[in-house]
Design a protein around this ligand. Sequence first.
Ligand SMILES: C[S@@+](CC[C@H](N)C(=O)[O-])C[C@H]1O[C@@H](n2cnc3c(N)ncnc32)[C@H](O)[C@@H]1O
Length: 323
Amino acid sequence: MNYQDLGNIKLLDMKPVISNMKADIIAGLSKKNKQLSPKYFYDKKGSELFDEICTLDEYYPTRTETSLLNQHIHEIINLMGDRPVFVEFGSGASEKIKIILSHVSENTHYAAIDISKKFLIESTQQLAKEFPYIDIMAICADFTKEITLPEIEDYQTSVAFFPGSTIGNFERNEALSFMQNVRKSLRKSDGFLIGIDLHKDKKILEPAYDDSRGITAQFNLNILNRINNELNANFNPDAFKHLSFYNERMYRIEMHLESLVDQSVRIENHRFDFAKGERIHTESSNKYTIDQMKILFNNSGFELVEQWIDKDSLFSVNYLQAT
Ligand SMILES: C[S@@+](CC[C@H](N)C(=O)[O-])C[C@H]1O[C@@H](n2cnc3c(N)ncnc32)[C@H](O)[C@@H]1O
């Protein structure tokens, strides 16, 4: 494998094919049931709004997962074994891995996989300043594809890390193929630490995606501003409203943007008509019961070794072993 040495980190660029935003958006809005991919939420403003959501009283996932990781860190470290190689899928700001890296020895390697190369380099270089004794590799790759992990000397256990219930953003069949791909990148007995949000009463779920300060609404509507700014479109965000609800049959939160009036929108020479009340489906966040998780783990070549759930049964952190 050819790495580039970037001073305090190594970079392995697998050159993921980045899809064409304009073609994706036009294809999504041309469907009978209009939709936009949630990956387009994250321009600078969208990322800032998402960080703000994570601090809201109603948004329990981030603080519950962080507190589970902190509370059980010694058990987690014991399960992982000595001198592991941690591989995080979709590392973003590499925040949660800090809880683990603060408790490991010098012989630890951390590989951060993310599709967004610039942000990946910046955040791993920052992490390397905070943890100069950890060997850090940034891998620019698409985690929805099979990834062959680099062989690292002194390699004992490899542990994949996938926090934040990001698995919930995949449809159920996509979640299974993702897990199967992770399994292929590991060896028998390697570990997988994964955070998964639980199915629960909609009285708790719905406010988490429709907070009283309207930050989630701003986050959802910001996708229209982004399309205006980057694709020369003429959406009027004031003519749409944020709508989110728990679809109990599908075990998923759905976020939509609902048109408040009959209207037409242009993206260059493409015209999209909206009837009053028509919706654009912008995101699904799938929730899991304990049984659904067990089936997912078993069907993808893992066994559940330990599961930590908070006292209110909101969120789960799971340590799996490859079988
Ligand atoms: C919400 S952040 C997760 C942050 C981090 N795991 C944490 O908990 O601190 C999700 C990250 O996944 C990355 N991502 C999204 N789709 C991806 C893909 N297909 N392949 C690789 N990375 C992806 C995004 O760029 C983003 O940085």
